[in-house]
Design a protein around this ligand. Structure first.
Ligand SMILES: O=C(O)CCC(=O)C(=O)O
Ligand SMILES: [Fe+2]
Length: 212
């Protein structure tokens, strides 16, 4: 894919200010329309076999897993040109946020997620302080013509409470960013096939390979 111009510097300014202020940010659009469309094509062309049932942390217990989440996932890899275009864009995003917020974001990992009709992901945290190096979560939604009654909303809760502060419909091109260690969230039961890319910016883990 050709290099993409979006997002603009002023979009990054807005995102950084909002994260610094509230810890999360919901954008109706972020990426270039061509990239959103390419990612949509890509996820629609993946076979069921390409996806794996998602697990929770290191927990391998099927019953428990099944009660908490029912989505299927597949990691993005740079050997696919569309995945690479998205990962490159997120690399630019990472540097833009680091320049503004000095968060020291080191790398990024992301997977496509498919919620079949009836699938959900119960209230959870993406990371716990000191236990993980995931610090900033992103979600890009790839669902044209989503209707309120299709369900599948992302609910974001105020830190350490049962109060929903944001309800996000998984509309095509919408992009959500939140501090992984601060905000409990859940995906309510989806009545339609629901597609997204969930990703996490991480800090450097000093126990892993040393920095060169
Ligand atoms: O798809 C979403 O709206 C959120 C997914 C999520 O919470 C996760 O994969 O950890
Ligand atoms: Fe999550």
């Amino acid at each position: 894919m050709k290099p993409l111009l979006q997002p603009t510097e002023s979009a990054y300014d807005l995102i950084a200010d909002t994260i610094a202020d509230r810890g999360y940010c919901v954008l109706p659009q972020l990426l270039h329309a061509n990239l959103n469309h390419a990612l949509h094509q890509r996820v629609m062309n993946l076979d069921d076999d390409d996806f794996k049932r998602a697990g929770i942390g290191r927990e391998q217990d099927f019953q428990l897993n099944n009660a908490v989440r029912r989505d299927q996932t597949r990691w993005l890899t740079p050997d696919n040109s569309t995945d690479k275009a998205y990962l490159d864009q997120m690399s630019e995003f990472r540097l833009a946020i680091n320049r503004r917020l000095f968060m020291g974001l080191f790398d990024y990992e992301a997977h496509y997620a498919h919620y079949a009709p009836g699938a959900f992901y119960k209230k959870h945290m993406d990371a716990f302080k000191g236990e993980s190096n995931r610090v900033l979560t992103t979600v890009l939604y790839l669902n044209p013509e989503w209707q309120e009654e299709d369900g599948g909303q992302l609910l974001i809760y105020a830190p350490e409470t049962n109060t929903v502060i944001e309800t996000v419909n998984p509309n095509f091109g919408s992009f959500v960013i939140f501090l992984s260690e601060e905000f409990p969230h859940e995906v309510v039961k989806s009545c339609r096939d629901r597609y997204s890319i969930a990703g996490w910016f991480r800090l450097h883990d000093p126990l892993q390979a040393p920095l060169i």
